[in-house]
Design a protein around this ligand. Structure first.
Ligand code: ZN
Length: 163
């Protein structure tokens, strides 16, 4: 196509507030398309803005830039001094390597990873990221939908576990 999209909003259907699957199929590899389709969208109209990846709200802060620089410097020092076998970061890397090595479907591994990173789009996460007006559970209307609620406490989850 001659006019590839320039902003993310061009990939979103403005009427249904969902990803424009035809656009994704046209401009992205299948793997990337699937990853994009897994990103939950807000149902509220918001203008595009440049977001700083290292803050949850996307707003740049000197504090987060300082933390980023410090941790990058520490990683480099650890690497240069061959300290990685003892660092917390390396212990984390080994844990993730073990998780990725488990013989289960990729989607199960990805789910476990997202669960550990608190990125499952439960009500509390969506509210925290300004993607929803409340943290309520859409299924049972409990006041706060957390990962624990979704997996264990929600009426629907209990039914699934009972089966
Ligand atoms: Zn619920």
């Amino acid at each position: 196509m001659s006019n590839p999209p320039q902003t993310v909003s061009e990939l979103i259907n403005p009427v249904t507030f969902s990803w424009d699957v035809d656009m994704l199929e046209t401009y992205f590899y299948t793997m990337d398309k699937e990853a994009i389709l897994n990103i939950p969208l807000s149902s509220r109209v918001r203008d595009d803005f440049w977001a700083w990846h290292y803050e949850r709200k996307g707003v740049f802060t000197v504090r987060s830039a300082y933390k980023l620089l410090s941790s990058t410097k520490q990683q480099r020092t650890d690497w240069l001094e061959h300290n990685e076998g003892h660092s917390r970061a390396d212990a984390d890397r080994r844990s993730w390597a073990r998780l990725w090595g488990v013989a289960v479907l990729v989607k199960v591994r990805v789910f476990a990873w997202r669960l550990a990173k608190s990125s499952i789009p439960t009500g509390d996460v969506r509210k925290h990221r300004n993607m929803a007006d409340s943290a309520k559970c859409a299924i049972c209307h409990a006041a706060v939908d957390t990962w624990r609620h979704s997996l264990f406490d929600c009426r629907m989850a209990r039914c699934v576990w009972a089966l």
